[in-house]
Design a binder for this molecule. Sequence first.
Ligand code: ACO
Length: 323
Amino acid sequence: MIRSVIRGVGSALPRRVMKNAEFERIVDTSDEWIVQRTGIRQRHIAEPDETTASLGEAAARAALGDAGMDPAEIDLIVLATSTPNNTFPATAVEIQERLGIRHGFAFDLQAVCSGFVYAMGTADLYLRGGLARRVLVIGSETFSRLLDWTDRTTCVLFGDGAGAVVLEAGEGNGSVSDRGILAASLRSDGSHKEKLFVDGGASTTGTIGHLRMEGREVFKHAVAMITDVVESVFAKAGITASDLDWFVPHQANKRIIDASARKLGIAEEKVVVTVDLHGNTSAASVPLALAAAVADGRIKKGHLVLLEAMGGGFTWGAVLLRW
Ligand code: ACO
């Protein structure tokens, strides 16, 4: 059977690093509060010349370099983002153009913080269905442009960045020892949409709006939703938490990450954490963490890796893969 195998991974971050202490001059907060409640110490913030397209292009080029592939070998780009360069066309086609690709197809996918996990599940179906051979799956965001910089309950939490992987169709025997994506589980429930949303849009206000979040409400649901999809992929693949080599969760809050890992019985030393360095970069957070753990040699060929995310909608999902 066809398996979607990761051939390369890469990431890109804006030049400017913003430490927690800088927020003390903007809103009524402290480095101590932010670290204690979230685990975040700094985030990267895009300058005007850095956009979702430029960061996505840089991450894609890094992933292609890691795979030893040329852009011409890619026939599909799936970009997970909630912060497109323009309302349309899809920022994915802008990245396609920047990479000099004139064949194949490209589209954006919007599932907020779950975007990268949704995009991996989606790309897997295109590969297994034979509609593509090599896919660039990118998560790229410039959430700083959506923030209300006077609202201390949200502006301290988010950052900008991009991560990407190259997926290629490979042969597997259908067992859990195959390399590639082994199982995916995706969920959404729009009845929670008021808890985390942007109060603008093309069809309503005609503006891009600002991010609004009931943080405590999101927190309350996060661990149960994460556990739900993770247990679903474990059941589909016939594995348990102890079989995992690495857990790469969405990087929203260290307390949510710790509580989820504890509830799932995943040992602390198997959890990849980058929220301290990047903040919550929405659809970019999982591939940024993945790229970090591959670059420093933690994730190696043959390792069993679990990706997970939860975000606005609510949307939530998990992907299990062998590196
Ligand atoms: N600095 C200082 N005090 C603050 C700040 C701040 N930056 N922000 C809020 N506070 C205050 C609040 O006003 C409140 O004060 P009060 O008790 O006088 O009313 C107090 O701190 C406690 O606020 P809570 O909201 O209860 O704090 P909590 O411990 O829940 O932490 C947080 C807030 C960090 C937002 C947490 O709820 C959280 O992480 N929620 C989940 C967010 C998340 O995971 N999002 C993921 C999806 S993101 C996406 O899809 C785009």
